[in-house]
Design a protein around this ligand. Structure first.
Ligand code: PFF
Length: 450
């Protein structure tokens, strides 16, 4: 029976695993494309402000509940109270979180499969066998199912090895590789003709757009998705953190690194789009907005790489490898949520829990793939637009109102002795009680109204 709880071996181990979770397709794909469709620098500015005003406090709520209870989300929330009604709400919230983490993984694995297929496509390009390229490069039900299966197996293989030997070990191997690949790509793309025009759009905010309500809500949703909030991922990673770690500082590192990498990804993608335009590739859609979403990553950028010949094929290979790595370190954190729930609630072994849960999630991925038009967009909207913010409100309420203030203080002071005198303690409890739930609710209602 291996239901014994794991623990990260060091603060560095936790930071790489948590940033591995946070840094994913949301940073390298979502952030640049949202920036492109919301007027460049204005979006970047709002995103940065919201990350530190709202997403960081919510991240802290999850980490603190996790470390305090040493449980998965379903077991953790009821532990914060003795009142039966609140316990039931806590359990239901936890189960909702487990469901949403699983559903996010089911579509994330499809997208990651598309990106992983581009790696052999680029390899075939490099070796010059252009006739075979199409099979890997073009979407088909069989290709998408196979690569989704491959990605799901890789994810499960890491999670089955446990916290230290699986999640931590692979995150510490993959994250530095990701940062190095990204720096190399940014440096090479910025030297290409046209890149400076993209850079200007990216870093110079158009202040006229800052009050646009669509911009605010998109930036908020993006910040929540990017920091993996609401679904219990950070809560369960928090439950593996040592009591000697300073949580507010460690959480701040995670938020800073996540934001830094999103910013770096923008420095790569937006200038790359303008390099593509310089080479005659269309980058504006019929509505005169920059092309975003799958078309950007799976069409515009591959066209750019192809137009650059051999060097382009090589850049393409590295780019898709980078996206696949980023997706993998995030998907392991999503799978960890239902797996920890299964092994802690049903007292089964980790490998069994992983096999069972991964098979169920892969079946959902197949269901989505085979009913793509009806399900794909709907699952993304239901999970990331509605459920993540809503769950975020519940988690803030549990940390701010249900967990007793003395216990909260006691938990944070482990690894942070002078917490009572700190700015964090002066601001954060009020934030988590009033401002975070209120603002997230406003955003949530806006989503529904719009
Ligand atoms: N933060 C990840 C990204 O930016 O791609 C996505 C994510 C991971 C969302 C884990 C939710 C989650 F539980």
């Amino acid at each position: 029976m291996s239901s014994e709880r794991g623990q990260f071996s060091s603060r560095f181990g936790f930071i790489t695993a948590a940033t591995g979770s946070a840094v994913g397709l949301g940073n390298i794909w979502g952030f640049p494309t949202q920036t492109a469709s919301h007027g460049g620098g204005a979006f970047v500015l709002v995103y940065l402000v919201l990350t530190f005003l709202l997403a960081y406090p919510a991240l802290m709520a999850e980490l603190i509940i996790g470390r305090h209870t040493r449980h998965n989300m379903v077991g953790a929330l009821p532990q914060l109270t003795t009142r039966p009604a609140l316990k039931a709400i806590g359990r239901a919230t936890g189960l909702y979180g487990v469901l949403i983490a699983s559903l996010i993984l089911s579509f994330y694995a499809i997208v990651a499969g598309w990106l992983m297929a581009q790696v052999p496509a680029a390899l075939v390009n490099i070796t010059g066998q252009l006739t075979d390229t199409n099979w890997f490069a073009q979407s088909s039900l069989i290709r998408d199912s196979l690569f989704c299966a491959l990605f799901s197996v890789l994810t499960a293989a890491i999670v089955a090895r446990g916290v230290k030997d699986g999640i931590e070990r692979w995150s510490t191997r993959l994250m530095p590789a990701l940062v190095l690949l990204m720096l190399g790509l940014v440096a090479s793309v910025l030297t290409l003709p046209g890149a400076m025009e993209g850079l200007r759009l990216y870093v110079v905010p158009d202040f006229g757009l800052i009050t646009d309500p669509g911009l605010l809500t998109s930036a908020m949703g993006q910040a929540f998705f990017s920091l993996s909030l609401g679904v219990g991922t950070m809560l369960v990673y928090g439950s593996y953190v040592s009591k000697t770690d300073n949580l507010p500082l460690t959480g701040a590192y995670v938020a800073l690194i996540d934001t830094g990498i999103a910013f770096l990804a923008g420095l790569l993608i937006i200038p790359a789009m303008f390099v593509a335009q310089h080479r005659g590739i269309k980058i504006y859609s019929s509505e005169n907005t920059l092309i975003a979403g799958p078309d950007l990553i799976l069409q515009t950028l591959p066209e750019l790489f192809n137009s650059l010949g051999f060097v382009g094929a090589f850049i393409g290979l590295i780019f898709f490898l980078l996206l696949s790595i980023a997706a993998l370190t995030s998907s392991i954190s999503m799978l960890e949520v239902p797996v920890t729930f299964a092994l802690e609630q049903f007292k089964i072994s980790r490998s069994r829990a992983t096999g069972l849960v991964a098979s169920v999630i892969f079946s959902i991925s197949l269901l989505i793939l085979f009913n793509f038009e009806q399900l794909f967009g709907a699952v993304i909207t239901a999970t990331t637009k509605y459920s993540q913010p809503l769950l975020g409100v519940f988690l803030c309420v549990f940390a701010g109102w249900v967990l007793h203030r003395d216990k909260l203080l006691g938990e944070i002071s482990e690894g942070f002795t002078d917490v009572e005198k700190s700015l964090f303690w002066k601001i954060w409890p009020g934030y988590i009680r009033f401002i975070c739930p209120l603002l997230i609710t406003i955003m949530f209602v806006q989503h529904i109204v719009n």
